[in-house]
Design a protein around this ligand. Sequence first.
Ligand SMILES: Nc1ncnc2c1ncn2[C@@H]1O[C@H](COP(=O)(O)OP(=O)(O)OP(=O)(O)O)[C@@H](O)[C@H]1O
Ligand SMILES: [Mg+2]
Length: 262
Amino acid sequence: MSLEVTDLVVEIDGRRVVDGVSFAVPDGARVGLIGESGSGKSLTALALMGLLPEGATASGSVRWNGREILGLADREIAGIRGDEIGMVFQEPRTALNPIRTIGRQIAETIRIHERIDRREARTRAVAEAARVALPDPERIVDRYPHQLSGGQRQRAAIAIALAARPRLLVADEPTTALDVTIQAGVLRLLLSLVESDGMSLVFITHDLAVLAQVATEAVVLADGRVVESGPLGTLLTAPTSPITQGLLRDATATLWRGEDEG
Ligand SMILES: Nc1ncnc2c1ncn2[C@@H]1O[C@H](COP(=O)(O)OP(=O)(O)OP(=O)(O)O)[C@@H](O)[C@H]1O
Ligand SMILES: [Mg+2]
């Protein structure tokens, strides 16, 4: 199960906000997309999933297991989304449906590829809630998103994204909106699930220190273009692009600050 992105271009109002991005995610790989705010990370992820905002157009190629999925009809891409490729976004509030219980939203993902009755759906939802370590899973599945804390909401969003056991997870800044004290826990959870399910991962962040905990390969974006890519170790020890060098300085500064506070 591999993803291959070749010369991806996204245009909004005639402006190329993603400008010829290429990278590959071989089976089981964990690839980080990193870059400053506005560098085109989210639009790259949204283009892969056929979720670009109104007015944005994509060209180039996105191959999933050899099959071209860029430009597929909504109905076809919707079958791949959720079932084969799961997504977690920065702000869980936008990913969750405010008027449906957590349990129902988990069941909806399972139902993409399995026929299950109401009772079975509930049992499965409780099991998925427990898997992401939501407290009191039997009860929390009956709650609505606004009745959960920020960290719990992101755990619920992860449960929904992974309920169908996708082969690839695309996570766009999944911990950035969370309180620092709960970021690490959510990140650890995400990684342990990626490992236990043997999923591939595309992880988006602007923080090289976070990426270092997650990815094996990294793609550095600036102004919609890839400025450097390769094994994470190389980027950390011998970055060639000034952009990567800047991200490394930021990450190091954060680590030093953390040490001072400790
Ligand atoms: N809906 C939109 N309409 C117009 N321009 C947009 C839209 N969404 C994004 N852009 C522009 O496209 C560029 C890339 O945006 P994108 O959201 O991919 O950046 P990003 O790297 O994810 O940034 P961040 O780290 O802040 O999330 C930015 O210049 C942004 O202003
Ligand atoms: Mg973004």
